[in-house]
Design a protein around this ligand. Structure first.
Ligand code: ZN
Ligand code: ZN
Length: 375
């Protein structure tokens, strides 16, 4: 059994009952924070993880093919952004926003919350829809995305983290895609259990035919549809619906790894870099509540609150839960969150309810209690 298989295989319920000492011991061996509010004596927090959160000084091996392609993409996207505001037809503008939105959902509700974290389950029609959305977003096959993301969580901010934020903002944003992976990413990545994903035929189908499906969904159809359906020019269709839309989506996703690992409060755990970043949450449909997410990665909301305006992905999953296509949605009990905030938070947590330390005496005295029982 690979060293971390316990952690990946166990359901959150098993981890939370505090009996899974083996998983915690292994977590200490790997030297990274076990991202779970397990009711153990120390919650694995007596291990000083700070010295481990660093990047080895090494010469980066640049991948020039990617540097040239991303260079072209960003120049093309700037031109596409200009066309978006000045010459594209309204239908093209709306179509590019639509493509952006389904792309985000394919990443957030699909490869992130469903496949990487298993924070909910989805029936095959929803998985099929998500894999189509995910292919439009071109961030590699959902299987590979989810595998790298598990490595990111398990070995967060060490050399084994693909986009180790301790190497700097640029590296965690896009630099990690412009050079060869650190050998630790590959070595530690192999230790993770991916059997659940390997057993999903929809996920495997996408991975197998990715080089056919992706160009079709991300570039060819987004360019052809506006040209044939509403007579848009090739330039407007290509630069707005393909280049600008895709580049914007990539940068928003990358901000989760860069900005949301740097800027913002840390109300749930001040010992880790992931932070609560509203702007990222807005554009990435709820993925900016990143301090919470690294502490409770199995919560399908990736946030404590169920606020839809700052978390459209939660609204999307809740809708499919209503029609029965999404089920077994996992969340975290308020008491668990409160305990964690008190133990490791940085003091910026706004409010969790009755008993909050910011509650004034006057507020407490004026409280209206309905159906009061004398104890
Ligand atoms: Zn992260
Ligand atoms: Zn995650």
């Amino acid at each position: 059994m690979p060293p971390n298989a316990n952690t990946i295989n166990n359901s959150p319920d098993e981890l939370l009952d505090g009996s899974n000492v083996a998983a915690l011991d292994e977590s200490k061996q790997t030297g990274v924070l076990f991202e779970c509010d397990a009711d153990t004596v120390d919650g694995a927090l007596d291990v000083d993880i700070v010295p481990l959160k660093k990047a080895e000084k090494r010469k980066l091996h640049l991948v020039w093919r990617n540097i040239i392609l991303f260079g072209y993409l960003h120049l093309a996207a700037i031109y596409g952004g200009w066309l978006f505001f000045t010459s594209a037809k309204w239908a093209t503008v709306f179509f590019s926003i639509f493509l952006y939105s389904i792309g985000v959902l394919g990443i957030t509700a699909g490869s992130h919350r469903l496949w990487a974290h298993r924070s909910y389950k989805a029936k095959w029609p929803l998985r099929l829809l998500l894999i189509i959305f995910n292919t439009c977003a071109f961030q590699d096959a959902a299987f590979h995305w989810a595998r790298d993301h598990r490595v990111h969580h398990k070995f967060s901010e060490t050399d084994a983290d693909p986009h180790n934020a301790t190497r700097g903002f640029f590296f965690s944003h896009v630099g990690w895609l412009l050079c060869k992976k650190h050998p630790d990413v590959i070595a530690k990545g192999k230790s993770l259990d991916l059997s659940d994903m390997l057993a999903d035929p929809i996920l495997m189908f996408q991975a197998k035919y990715y080089l056919v499906l992706m160009p079709l969904a991300c570039f060819i159809l987004p360019t052809i549809i506006p040209m044939y359906l509403w007579d848009e020019s090739f330039f407007n269709a290509w630069f707005v619906c393909a280049m600008f839309r895709w580049c914007f989506l990539l940068n928003v996703t990358w901000c989760v790894n860069s900005a949301a690992h740097k800027f913002g409060g840390r109300p749930y755990d001040k010992t880790i870099n992931p932070s609560e970043n509203k702007s990222v949450a807005l554009f990435a449909f709820g993925e900016g509540w990143h301090n919470y997410h690294h502490v409770f990665p199995w919560d399908y909301k990736t946030a404590e609150w169920g606020n839809y305006s700052m978390n459209l992905t939660t609204a999307f999953i809740d809708f499919f839960a209503k029609i029965g296509w999404a089920y077994d949605l996992k969340s975290v009990a308020p008491e668990t969150i409160e305990r964690r905030v008190k133990r490791t938070g940085d003091g910026t947590h706004e409010y969790w309810g009755w008993g909050d330390r910011d509650l004034t005496t006057a507020d407490k005295e004026d409280i209206l209690i309905i159906n009061k029982k004398d104890e």
